[in-house]
Ligand binder design. Structure first.
Ligand code: ATP
Ligand code: MG
Length: 357
């Protein structure tokens, strides 16, 4: 497998990502690492002293030597302690979508995927937007990607060749670039044109527990492909009334797909983004969402945080930039809430058309 990734890196993104895999940045603190292993910090340190677990990596800041752990350390520690990977049977494909632009689809989807991977879940994030904001955010150079979904969906290049590893061993990415733009036209003449992405992703079913897709803000054929590929839709909504209006159109369009293509999403999660409790418009739009979309609205709210724009400018996740920021805490809470949704027993999938809207 290692050989395969080394081979892939040489053909897609020529080494750009693998050189990051030895990152010395703190990914998990001792507290986070211990809680992922279901032990206390004290037990963790004891296991390290006894050699039951390898010693932590250290990072010197001033006079203090901080311990830190990577997602790879987590995978290794789980092996050594005979713990299974979290949610071993979990397989979710999830699409971040809103017909409105600039609502946080790219920043939320990347950090959400990063948070899942950081917990040791095998995660793939796919950039479906030719603007390639997510690709750039992940620290890649879009123009260097030899293969994108264009090659996979139109030229039948195996999807594995478009996948690039990242600095987190548990997080892989399918980058995009402007080559994706003509895909829309190319798809039109194709057989089963709405189902190309669904078919391409089928071969990755066993490999990834979580597949996260970042969509552009439109109802293109490519986005229809994305909708038909996933079980869950995650809809970021900014706390203003323009975003709220876009939701109605999205739900009407989804119901139309369900009727025309006989497909139903299992879950729609609406997440309020850029929330500032002190602003009246935020409070009002939250109340409007609670009134009209309560069945879909997540309890987790993503607050307005300067860590988001800052993190994009340095091409790092909010967890790397500042794990204590509101942004990192809110994204972690979002992943917790969505994961807990799938661990609840008796969860029934409901079609969009059949739910209260
Ligand atoms: N919670 C937040 N706090 C502060 N800034 C935010 C927040 N969420 C998003 N932003 C900022 O809003 C801008 C738009 O975010 P993003 O690019 O993720 O939106 P998008 O929905 O993907 O846009 P597009 O439709 O163009 O693809 C970015 O500058 C981002 O940093
Ligand atoms: Mg975007």
């Amino acid at each position: 497998m290692v050989f395969l990734w080394n081979f892939l890196k040489t053909i897609n993104q020529t080494g750009k990502t693998m050189e990051n895999t030895d990152s010395t940045e703190g990914i998990l603190s001792a507290q986070e690492f211990a809680s992922e292993l279901n032990i206390t910090k004290k037990t963790l340190f004891q296991y390290e002293r006894e050699g039951k677990l390898p010693p932590a990596k250290r990072h010197k800041r001033g006079k203090i030597d901080y311990r830190y752990y990577s997602a790879e350390d987590l995978v290794e520690a789980r092996k050594r302690l005979n713990l299974s990977t979290p949610f071993p049977a979990l397989r979710r494909k999830q699409l971040f979508m809103n017909l409105k632009g600039g609502v946080g689809k790219s920043v939320l989807s990347y950090n959400y995927a990063y948070a899942m991977a950081k917990r040791g879940l095998q995660t793939l994030v796919i950039d479906l937007d030719a603007q390639a904001h997510l690709t750039t955010y992940a620290g890649l150079q879009p123009e260097k990607s030899k293969f994108t979904l264009y090659h996979v969906l139109f030229e039948q290049v195996p999807i594995e060749l478009a996948i690039v590893p990242t600095k987190l061993s548990t997080l892989h990415i399918i980058p995009s670039n402007l080559n994706l733009s003509p895909l829309e036209l190319s798809l039109f003449g194709m057989h089963a044109r709405e189902y190309r992405l669904q078919r391409a992703l089928a071969s990755l079913q066993e490999k990834y527990q979580i597949v996260v897709i970042d969509a552009p803000p439109n109802l293109s054929l490519l986005n229809v492909n994305a909708i038909l590929s996933v079980q869950d839709l995650i809809v970021p909504v900014m706390a203003d009334f323009f975003s709220y209006d876009g939701l109605k159109l999205l739900f009407e369009s989804l119901a139309q797909f369900e009727r025309d293509l006989q497909y139903s999403l299992e879950n729609i999660f609406v997440v309020l983004n850029n929330y500032n409790a002190a602003e009246v418009v935020c409070q009002q739009s939250r109340r409007a969402l609670e009134t009209h979309y309560l069945d879909y609205l997540l309890k987790s709210v993503i607050r307005k945080s300067t860590a988001f724009p800052k993190s994009t400018s340095v091409q790092k996740s909010v967890f790397e930039l500042d794990p204590k920021s509101k942004a990192a805490l809110d994204i972690a809470a979002l992943t917790d809430e969505i994961l807990s949704h799938f661990t609840k027993t008796g969860h029934e999938a409901q079609s969009v058309a059949g739910r209260k809207r």
